[in-house]
Ligand binder design. Structure first.
Ligand code: MCA
Ligand code: AMP
Length: 488
C-alpha cells in the first residue's frame, strides 16, 4: 500500500497540480499514473524494485511518472534537468536503471542512451491510456533513490522506502499543519528532498494543490504570489535573497501588490542551508512573516524545525520534529557544549544504493545516523555551528565536495597543488574558492575555466582563485583549510 496514492482517490475532483497555465485533478493523476504503470509493466505483474530513471518537466508529468513507477512496483530515480549527459549517465549506470522516461525537451541531451541495449527509452509524450489491475505494493519496499555528495568518492544514491517517505511526510503534516486547503508554489529542483518531499509529496498527501514554475524566476514568482491563490512557500536562503533583491528594485506600486499578497500567506519556510539573519529580517519587512527555518538532509528528510506556532528564533533551527530522535554527540573529554547532530527514527534512510560499507560507516554502533553537522542546544532550541568537515560546501542549497574539485584541479597543467574551500557569501551561502599552487603565468586561465566547465559541469565553479607562487609544493600538507580561508 502506497499511502499518497491510496489517499488520492478521496480527493479525486480537487485540483492537485497547476503548471503551464493548466490545472489537473487528483483523478487526472491517478488515471495518468495507472497508464504509466501498465506501460512500464508491459504485461508483467510487478517491477519488483527495478530502477526507473526519469527526466521530465516539473509539474503534472513529474508526479504522474513518479506515481506510475511506484504503482508498478519500481524505484523512482529522478534526474536533474540541468545536469549534463555525463552526470545523468553516472546515475543511470550506478542504479542500473532498466528504463528512462524522458520529456521530448530532453531528447537531444539523452540521445546517446538510445544505443544502450539494457535501457528502455520511453517518451513521456507518447503514453497511451491503459487501465487494469496493478500489484499490491508492500510499504516496506524501496521507493526512491536520490543522489547526494559526500566528502569522498562519487555521489551516493540515498534509498528510501515507502514507509520512510510516509514517516517524513507525516511529521511535516503534523508539525506545519498542512491541510487540503493549502496551495503551495514550488520552484525547487525535483531531484532533491526539499523540492520532492517537502514541497510536492507532503501537500499532495493531504489533498492540497501544488503549483509549479518551470524554473526559478523572481518575476514569475511574484506574479504567482500576486494572483492570490498561493498560501504556502518554501525555498533555500539564496532564493529569498534573490527575491528580496528583486523586490527592492521594483516600482512602489508593485511592491505594495506583492506585500499585500504575502501578508495573507499561511506559512513561509526556509531550509537546506543557514538562513542569514539579514535575509530573515528583510523578508519580514516585505511579507510580514518570520520565515520558519528548519533543518534536514537527504538521508533523513526533515529532522529539526522551528515551531509553526510559537517563537521562531532567528539563527536557530528549532526543535526535533515529531517522531524524530535527536542527540548531540560531544567529543570525548571536550568541555564544549557543541556536538554532532545524530538522528534516529522512522524518517532515516534505508541504505546507500550498492554501498553497504558506506552505509555502515555513517551509523554509530548503537544505530544513530551521523549527520556531520555540528550544533549547540541553547535556550530550548538547536543552533547550527557548521559542519565537522571543511570539505563539504553548500552553495545555493546544493551540496558540493571540495575534494572532488581538488582532484580535477590537480590534473591541470601548471597546477602543482591546490586547496578548495567554501567562502562565506550572503547570496549563495558559500561560494567555491580554489587556492592554487603553481606559477600564475604558467596557468592558462581561460583554458582552466573551460577545463573545469567540462570536467565539473554540475558546478558553477570556481568563483575565486588565488595563486601562491612562493609556497612550497606540498603546501596542502602544511596549511590547514581553515588557514586557507584567511588568504582570500
Ligand atoms: C549559479 N550561479 C552561481 C551559483 N549558482 N554563482 C555562484 N555560486 C553558485 N552556487 C550563477 C551562475 O553562474 C549564473 O551567473 C547565475 O548565477 C544564474 O545561474 P542559474 O543556474 O540560472 O541560477 P538560478 O537559476 O538563479 O539558480 C539559483 C537557485 C538554484 C534557484 C538558488 O541554485 C536552486 O534551485 N537551488 C536549490 C537547490 C536545492 O533545492 N537544494 C536542496 C537540496 P552568470 O549570470 O554570471 O552566468 S536538499 C537539502 O539540502 C536538504 C534535504 C534540506 O535540508 O532541504
Ligand atoms: P543535502 O545533503 O543536500 O541533503 O544537504 C543537507 C545539509 O544541508 C545538512 O547536512 C546541513 O549541512 C545543510 N542544512 C540543511 N538545512 C540547514 C539549515 N537550516 N541550516 C544550516 N544548514 C542546513
Amino acid at each position: 500500500m502506497i499511502p499518497i496514492i491510496q489517499q488520492a482517490s478521496e480527493y479525486s475532483s480537487r485540483a492537485a497540480i497547476k503548471c503551464q497555465g493548466q490545472s489537473y485533478t487528483y483523478q487526472n493523476l491517478l488515471k495518468k499514473s495507472e497508464s504509466i504503470a501498465h506501460l512500464l509493466l508491459g504485461g508483467k505483474n510487478d517491477l519488483n524494485e527495478k530502477r526507473i530513471a526519469f527526466i521530465v518537466l516539473p509539474g503534472f508529468d513529474y508526479v504522474a511518472v513518479q506515481w506510475g513507477i511506484w504503482r508498478a512496483g519500481g524505484i523512482a530515480v529522478p534526474l536533474c534537468v540541468k545536469h549534463p549527459f555525463e552526470s545523468l549517465k553516472y546515475v543511470i549506470e550506478d542504479t542500473a536503471a532498466s528504463a528512462l522516461i524522458y520529456h521530448p525537451d530532453f531528447s537531444e541531451l539523452i540521445s546517446p542512451f538510445h544505443s544502450k541495449d539494457d535501457l528502455r527509452m520511453i517518451n513521456s509524450d507518447s503514453i497511451d491510456e491503459i487501465t487494469g489491475s496493478l500489484p499490491e505494493i508492500d510499504s516496506a519496499r524501496r521507493a526512491m533513490i536520490l543522489y547526494t555528495s559526500g566528502t569522498t568518492g562519487s555521489p551516493k544514491g540515498v534509498v528510501s522506502t515507502h514507509d520512510i517517505i510516509e514517516a517524513q511526510i507525516q511529521s511535516l503534516v503534523s508539525a506545519w499543519e498542512w491541510t487540503k486547503e493549502d496551495h503551495i508554489l514550488n520552484v525547487l529542483p525535483l531531484h532533491h528532498i526539499h523540492g520532492i518531499l517537502n514541497a510536492t509529496c507532503t501537500p499532495l498527501r493531504v489533498g492540497a494543490c501544488v503549483e509549479f514554475l518551470p524554473k526559478f524566476d523572481t518575476a514569475e514568482v511574484f506574479n504567482a504570489f500576486s494572483a492570490g491563490e498561493v498560501n504556502v512557500f518554501m525555498a533555500v536562503p539564496t532564493i529569498y535573497y534573490k527575491l528580496v533583491a528583486s523586490y527592492s528594485s521594483a516600482e512602489l506600486s508593485e511592491q505594495e501588490l506583492i506585500s499585500t499578497a504575502l501578508k495573507k500567506f499561511r506559512l513561509m519556510i526556509s531550509g537546506s542551508a543557514a538562513l542569514p539573519i539579514t535575509v530573515l529580517e528583510q523578508w519580514k519587512q516585505i511579507s510580514g512573516h518570520t520565515l520558519l527555518e528548519r533543518y534536514g538532509m537527504t538521508e533523513i528528510g526533515m529532522a529539526i524545525s522551528n515551531p509553526y506556532k510559537g517563537e521562531r528564533k532567528p539563527g536557530f533551527i528549532g526543535q526535533a520534529l515529531p517522531k524524530v530522535k535527536v542527540r548531540l554527540e560531544m567529543e570525548e573529554g571536550s568541555e564544549e557544549k557543541a556536538g554532532e547532530i545524530q538522528i534516529k527514527g522512522p524518517n532515516v534512510f534505508l541504505e546507500y544504493w550498492g554501498r553497504p560499507e558506506a552505509t555502515k560507516e555513517t551509523f554509530t554502533d548503537d544505530g544513530w545516523f551521523m549527520t556531520g553537522d555540528v550544533a549547540v542546544f541553547e535556550e530550548g532550541a538547536y543552533r547550527i555551528l557548521g559542519r565537522n568537515s571543511v570539505d563539504i560546501i553548500k552553495s545555493g542549497g546544493y551540496k558540493i565536495s571540495a575534494l572532488e574539485i581538488e582532484e580535477v584541479l590537480r590534473k591541470f597543467d601548471g597546477i602543482n597543488d591546490c586547496g578548495v574551500i567554501g567562502l562565506p557569501d550572503e547570496e549563495w551561502g558559500e561560494i567555491i574558492g580554489a587556492c592554487i599552487v603553481g606559477q600564475e603565468d604558467s596557468v592558462d586561465m581561460p583554458a582552466l575555466n573551460s577545463y573545469l566547465r567540462e570536467k565539473l559541469p554540475n558546478y558553477k565553479i570556481p568563483r575565486k582563485y588565488i595563486f601562491k607562487e612562493d609556497l612550497p609544493r606540498n603546501v596542502m600538507g602544511k596549511v590547514t583549510k581553515k588557514e586557507l580561508k584567511n588568504w582570500f
